[in-house]
Design a protein around this ligand. Structure first.
Ligand SMILES: Nc1ncnc2c1ncn2[C@@H]1O[C@H](COP(=O)(O)OP(=O)(O)O)[C@@H](O)[C@H]1O
Ligand SMILES: N[C@@H](CCC(=O)OP(=O)(O)O)C(=O)O
Length: 358
């Protein structure tokens, strides 16, 4: 155990009436400081920039255009960081701001750079405070929500645990704000369709994604080997009770039985494909069931332009996506090879260590 944890706090927990909830922020930073004194390394993923910006500018959420929302985030992010800086300074801790877009983790080099920066900050006892870079993140480069971002950060820093703090006590069988008969679930051993069906949308104007994005985050983080908890951010001493006293709080998702190696996690959840290759049924079986590398002999077609080292989607001849991998050859080389009358034997298109199969 490294005792490395990622704590994600949602807008609903740290804002009140559309502005920063200072009392809540102080409770959070006091608890994080306590954990660090007990030997934990903590990464904080904090939402709330848009809400804080709206509060300061007196703008109404309902009438916002996308550029206004991004402008509000730019204002609010500064306010949030200023407050975090002040609060952690009182605890004798330094903080570091990390703003990410999905492009920063889909590119392997940038992913490794981010990983190294996190590592250096944590080794030096500095608290990384992460948010999506809302100012530049438009739809195609958005994580979508901070729950998913927090799960990817959990994988990047190889944390033992992810805590999603929200405005509700955990995952219920249905949204308790709409269904009074909904029951809270204490432990989830495996995330299947029945679990996904329980999760509905956001419960407040400030929140994004609701439980659905938290379940997806739990799926990613448990596959990377972390334990995930969804809990109410307003519970007194929730961090201490969970991580030090090991109390069963909220809803706990156990780490997946078969966790993924680091590179496969990146392939599966963070990388962006540059092209597609289509393979025959023999090759599908070889990579799917027999854990083999993908050889040129099984290749039927390719689409898109990509370089050697690019991530590509691997599809059946009918076009069904069955995985992703890092291509050992460029699209140009593959097209030329496919035109040859007899294909050269033993050419590896995707090595088994660079393959993720759905
Ligand atoms: N099955 C469920 N169990 C609990 N909460 C649910 C469920 N489905 C939807 N929700 C809603 O999800 C909300 C929390 O998500 P969200 O509003 O996005 O918060 P945050 O800002 O913390 O990310 C809850 O307030 C609740 O209304
Ligand atoms: N990046 C945005 C938060 C987006 C988000 O996922 O919000 P939430 O559902 O409250 O965690 C912000 O800082 O306002």
């Amino acid at each position: 155990m490294k005792n490395r944890v990622v704590v994600k706090v949602g807008s609903s927990s740290i804002t009140i009436d559309g502005t920063i909830n200072h009392e809540q922020l102080e409770k959070l930073t006091t608890q994080i400081a306590y954990l660090t004194r007990k030997g934990f390394e903590v990464v904080l993923v904090s939402s709330g920039a848009v809400a804080a910006g709206l509060g300061r500018l007196h703008w109404e959420r309902e009438t916002l255009t996308l550029p206004q929302k991004q402008a509000a985030a730019a204002v609010g992010q500064g306010l949030l960081m200023h407050r975090y800086e002040q609060l952690f300074q009182c605890e004798g801790l330094h903080v570091a701001q990390i703003l990410l877009t999905s492009e920063d983790v889909s590119d392997r080099k940038r992913y490794i750079n981010a990983k190294n920066t996190f590592q250096t900050l944590l080794q030096n006892g500095i608290i990384p405070i992460v948010n999506e870079n809302d100012t530049v993140a438009v739809d195609e480069i958005k994580f979508g929500d901070n729950d998913r971002l927090a799960a990817l950060v959990t994988a990047v820093v190889e944390a033992d645990a992810l805590l999603l703090l929200t405005d509700i006590d955990g995952l219920y069988t249905d949204n308790p704000k709409e269904n009074p008969d909904a029951k809270k679930i204490d432990i989830i051993e495996a995330i299947d369709e029945s679990v996904q069906k329980m999760a509905k949308g956001a419960g407040s104007k400030a929140g994004t994604g609701g439980m659905a994005t938290k379940i997806e985050a739990a799926r990613i983080a448990t596959l990377s080997g972390a334990t995930v908890t969804i809990a109410n951010g307003s519970l007194p001493w929730v961090l201490k009770r969970l991580f030090i006293e090991k109390e069963l709080i909220g809803t706990k998702f156990l780490p997946a039985k078969e966790t993924m190696k680091h590179k496969k996690q990146w392939l599966a959840f963070a990388s962006k494909a540059q092209g597609k290759i289509y393979i025959d049924s023999g090759a599908t079986q070889a990579i799917h069931q027999n854990n083999k590398s993908l050889l040129l002999a099984g290749l039927r077609n390719i689409s898109g332009d990509f370089c050697a080292g690019s991530v590509i989607e691997i599809c059946t001849e009918e076009g069904l996506v069955i995985g992703k991998g890092i291509s050992g050859l460029s699209s140009g080389e593959l097209r030329m090879l496919l035109k040859e009358e007899t294909l050269p034997k033993g050419v590896i298109v995707v090595h088994k260590n660079d393959l993720f199969i759905v």
